[in-house]
Design a protein around this ligand. Structure first.
Ligand code: MRU
Length: 359
């Protein structure tokens, strides 16, 4: 079940939903400027690992529309400039770099073709990335719902729904599928400090879907687990390494520790486009640092003294030993993850592995 289409290609332009204004205002922005897309990713107007990759794909097409000549020198310079524009927006979600690789590959493969031909192939590729993600979400929902016990109560973190993907979401697709299958009783949504993706976005989506939920502060998670109110913790991911370590929204690691302590399964839902097949472990994942202002204020209101020191990582790393399973569109991976990843690589991932050139 999709609640919204947060990005779309429309007649040579990109139309996207400005997620910073939700839930109070549903404002769409239309642009043919790739810089506007890059800024939207940076400011989290467009966010969520798969959606960031999709947006970069469309941004690549917008940038190519402005190219006047495609001789080898100009094309190489253009590829570097455009790649850097998007690669410098957010470092953690690997989907961004994966999508950029796919787009770069099209330009290189089309070398010598007319500008219009390359332009049309780039647009096809960006639309394919978008459409494929919709299908990945659907399959993840099916596979994940299978794992949930009857009358599940799920605790989730951040936003993993239509707002974060090209389809019905990752962890949230499991929630909606389980709801349709009458396997879900209730969802607890962490508000997800400091940018409140849970309170602003997931609550907005589940409300539209009429799925019963309760919003809790992040610090209430331990208490609801202790009270036996949670049967499964279900989160998404921004990058998963070969050993099964998981980068996801700050606070996820704490939830995994709590889940282990209370004997609750901790499931991560992510498409294989979120797996970094070239990174051995989570210690190498670059963690985005956000501005301290996001912690010392909310909106226009200052909530802490001026000039104080703030540490604001956007993501944390959950070590693989705390992960009960990783639900991908290619199957459910369990420990030992290194072996499960090797098996996964043998499946039809040729496009992912082949295109993993640029980092
Ligand atoms: O900073 P954000 O809002 O882009 O962070 C998003 C998350 O951490 C999500 O959990 C993750 O991207 C998975 S979404 C399908």
């Amino acid at each position: 079940m999709n609640t919204v289409r947060p990005i779309e290609w429309r007649d040579g332009k990109v139309r996207f939903l400005d997620q910073t204004r939700l839930p109070l205002e549903e404002v769409y922005v239309e642009t043919d400027e790739e810089v506007v897309i890059a800024d939207a990713i940076r400011s989290l107007a467009i966010r969520g690992a798969p959606l960031v990759g999709i947006a970069a794909g469309y941004g690549f097409v917008l940038a190519f529309q402005k190219l006047k000549t495609n001789d080898v020198q100009s094309t190489i310079a253009w590829i570097e400039r455009t790649t850097n524009l998007f690669a410098s927006t957010r470092p953690t979600a690997v989907n961004l770099f994966w999508a950029l690789n796919r787009m770069r590959y099209v330009v290189i493969d089309a070398a010598g073709s007319a500008l219009e031909e390359t332009q049309s192939r780039l647009l096809d590729e960006a639309k394919a990335i978008h459409a494929e993600d919709e299908e990945l979400c659907r399959v993840i929902g099916q596979l994940g719902a299978h794992l949930l016990p009857a009358a599940s109560t799920v605790l989730t973190h951040c936003n993993t729904g239509s707002l974060a993907t090209g389809g019905s979401g990752t962890a949230q697709s499991i929630i909606t599928t389980a709801w349709e299958q009458l396997k879900l009783r209730h969802v607890y949504i962490d508000e997800t400090r400091p940018l409140l993706q849970g309170a602003r976005l997931t609550a907005w989506e589940l409300d539209k879907l009429q799925i019963p939920f309760t919003l809790i502060t992040d610090s209430t998670a331990a208490f609801v687990m202790q009270r036996g109110m949670v049967s499964v913790v279900l989160v998404g991911a921004d990058r998963i390494t070969l050993n099964g370590d998981v980068a996801n929204k700050i606070g996820t690691y704490g939830l995994a520790v709590l889940a282990k302590h209370h004997g609750i399964p901790f499931y991560v839902a992510a498409p294989t486009t979120t797996i970094d097949f070239e990174m051995a472990s989570g210690k190498d994942i670059p963690i985005e640092q956000r501005s301290g202002a996001e912690v010392t204020s909310y909106g226009q209101k200052q909530t802490a003294p001026s000039g104080i020191d703030v540490y604001a990582p956007a993501f944390d790393i959950t070590p693989n030993e705390l992960v009960s399973a990783i639900i991908t569109e290619k199957g459910v991976l369990r420990s030992p993850f290194r072996m499960a990843m090797e098996e996964l690589k043998k499946k039809d991932l040729s496009s992912i592995v082949r295109k993993a050139v640029f980092r």
